[in-house]
Design a protein around this ligand. Structure first.
Ligand code: HEC
Ligand code: HEC
Length: 389
């Protein structure tokens, strides 16, 4: 080793030792572990292209009308902020999503309330955020958001880009006062210099860059590999008779489930995103109560959530009032309240619907809802915590 190299190495070790002592916050054990080559996220864009629910699905000799609303518009050139730009930007987003440096006292990350093993929801009715404060609503599962057009329980955000930073600043969740505070904190971490440079060509950190990376990571969370998706390809050959019975009920006029939980994501068919005249922002009232303490969008109207991965995301509803899918189904079967704004799809002859489902029907619908769980969402390394090595 020549003298110059030795000098450089010793200086480097010196700097390392110095920085470890000097700066206990960015200790070396808080660094993400990332693959040498970034994971492939861009493939999500290809998978999206043919992501549609047909109007009619064929099950053996039977045909089931799905009610699919063809208005669901997938991202295209006109929705640029929903497109994934590069694997490097999404990788940065992944680190931000899991980094507790995003909160004021390094205690909370997005992933605290959006956990991969819970379908990117959590298991609490209300989640604990910054300083032990509770969220006012149930944490939402992040399920194929790139194919969604209304976000939050009250449908208040129309695009991923718009909502990505909201939890950081406007919620009690993370306690950051301003984007300047956040940028200062991120600047202190050596790994962000590398990650921002890889993503954007320079190490400079701006709110816009944080927002783009976070929303693109969230947008990259995409799966179409549930038993139901496989069934679309193979005529539901692997579904049990019970699951098929549940599917027929789900898509039937008798239950009307698919008139609201519609299309590829089993979510709201309407959106504010492409339709500024949509006055309900994809929300509606399902008669949970006669009086709503939390009014949601207005008058007890809440976002029609996606049912993908619903098996993983208990408890249910905006306030997490139901522990199990069975309780949800029992609500629809005979618990719907006659609220003045109850959606007409849950009325029959002007009164709240009584579905008269049998125990077998309820079992079958529960079994069908379980076929909407992705086979790989909870284990895909691309969406996993990089701080856990
Ligand atoms: C303390 C818990 C908590 C933390 C931390 C948190 N969230 Fe959330 N998240 C929630 C809750 C609760 C909702 C529903 C809020 C509402 O509707 O008012 C939600 C909703 C969302 C949604 C909407 C999903 C949909 O389909 O409509 C997205 C996306 C989201 N959060 C992303 C993030 C990101 C990104 C971060 C980190 C910057 C984050 N969240 C941090 C609890 C949390
Ligand atoms: C009129 C529209 C409408 C119909 C019909 C409807 N839903 Fe819903 N569904 C909603 C809305 C809105 C919510 C959220 C309500 C809330 O939290 O206040 C919801 C919530 C749910 C949830 C809980 C989701 C979560 O993430 O917590 C499940 C499960 C569900 N519905 C299943 C069904 C099934 C099964 C049927 C048919 C029996 C059905 N829904 C019929 C609008 C509807």
């Amino acid at each position: 080793m020549n003298k110059l190299k030795l000098f450089i190495s010793l200086t480097f070790i010196g700097i390392l030792a110095f920085s470890c002592q000097d700066d206990p916050v960015s200790s070396t054990d808080h660094s993400p572990v990332l693959p040498d080559e970034p994971y492939n996220y861009m493939s999500v864009m290809d998978e999206l292209e043919s992501f549609v629910l047909p109007q009619v699905v064929t099950v053996g000799n039977n045909e089931i009308e799905t009610n699919a609303n063809s208005q669901v518009v997938l991202p295209g050139a006109e929705n640029v902020d929903l497109l994934l730009e590069s694997d490097e930007i999404v990788t940065l987003g992944r680190v931000l999503f899991y980094d507790n440096r995003m909160s004021a006292n390094n205690s909370i990350a997005c992933a605290s309330c959006h956990q991969q093993e819970k379908g990117f929801a959590d298991s609490f009715a209300k989640s604990e955020g910054f300083g032990g404060q509770k969220t006012i609503r149930n944490s939402m599962s992040i399920a194929n958001p790139i194919a969604k057009r209304n976000f939050f329980w009250d449908g208040r955000a129309g695009s991923l880009h718009q909502l990505a930073l909201e939890p950081v600043f406007n919620h009690i969740e993370m306690g950051m006062e301003s984007s300047e505070d956040l940028i200062q904190k991120l600047r202190a971490e050596a790994y962000y210099k590398e990650l921002f440079t890889a993503a954007y060509g320079t190490a400079s950190i701006t709110q816009d860059k944080i927002e783009r990376a976070l929303s693109q990571f969230v947008g990259s969370i995409f799966k179409r590999d549930s038993k139901f998706d496989e069934g679309l390809e193979n005529g539901f050959a692997d579904m049990t008779e019970t699951e098929k019975h549940g599917m027929a009920l789900f898509f039937s006029a008798e239950t009307n489930c698919s008139s609201c939980h519609n299309g590829v994501n089993f979510a709201s068919p309407t959106s504010t995103f492409n339709n500024p005249y949509a006055v309900t922002a994809g929300t509606t009232n399902i008669g949970l109560d006669m009086e709503y303490e939390d009014k949601g969008f207005a008058s007890g109207k809440f976002s029609i959530p996606s049912l993908r991965n619903i098996e993983l995301t208990a408890p249910y509803m905006h306030d997490g009032r139901f522990e199990t899918l069975r309780e949800v189904l029992e609500h629809y079967n005979d618990g719907v309240q006659n609220h003045t704004d109850l959606d007409t799809k849950l009325k029959r002859n002007g009164a709240p619907v009584k579905m008269d489902l049998t125990e077998f029907d309820l079992d079958a619908m529960e079994a069908f809802l379980r076929t909407l769980t992705s086979r790989t969402l909870t284990t895909d390394a691309r969406y996993s915590n990089p701080f856990r090595s």
